[in-house]
Design a protein around this ligand. Sequence first.
Ligand SMILES: [Mg+2]
Length: 254
Amino acid sequence: MPYSWRVSYCIEYLNYSTMIPKLVTFDCAETMVRVPDNWSIGTFAVDCARHIGLKPSQEDGLLYLSMYRAKLPEFVEVNRSRDAGQQQMFWSRLALEWLKATGQPIGTLGALQLAADELGFGPDSILFKLYDDVVPCLNRLDSMGIKAAVVSNWDYSLHRVLKMFGIYERFVVVKASLEEGIEKPDPRLFEMTIAEAGFASWETVHVGDDRVDDFEGAEAAGLKALLIDRSLIGPVRPFIHSLADLPEAFDWID
Ligand SMILES: [Mg+2]
């Protein structure tokens, strides 16, 4: 075989052996957005109350958590409604009941909600931090003509968190499990996302940090999948240790 033929054969082989996706779906928590290890909605309620000068105890935080859990069926419905008024009302009622139950002044309700907005979704959020590699990764995918979407086990606030970091418009679809009533690893959440984005499963790679929810869930839906583990020193298939490992890690996929 002439040398030039061998070269063109190799180039052709490389093209076909590497899967360049048309769509990359991302998990959110611990893939793009860092959430504190010991985070709970009860400790956040205590943080907000202390921020406005109240003195709730850790037990008060546990009470908030149990009150929230008791309302989970209602919270699921509120998410499904996609109604901002219902969502706001849910948190107002819960906060008011908590203030009453813990003997804290109910006149602080408005200030408490403002504190939750600021500490949760403000520029100095104590809950969420965007990993530094997210925007460069989205830029690289964009330069390659690859679309991005989000598939996350999250409530309706997923949209707000992504807007807070200025990246919401970078995604063709943002899918929050609680709005759909379906959680990963259920493959239907992936299927809904890629159908809405207008791509097929075989054109899509999912990136997430959870072996069951992200890797097994995505593969069950027919997607290719990569796992991210930021504690690793370097990429070890199928783990990338940073979103900077994309798109090179697409070479692993065939
Ligand atoms: Mg995650």
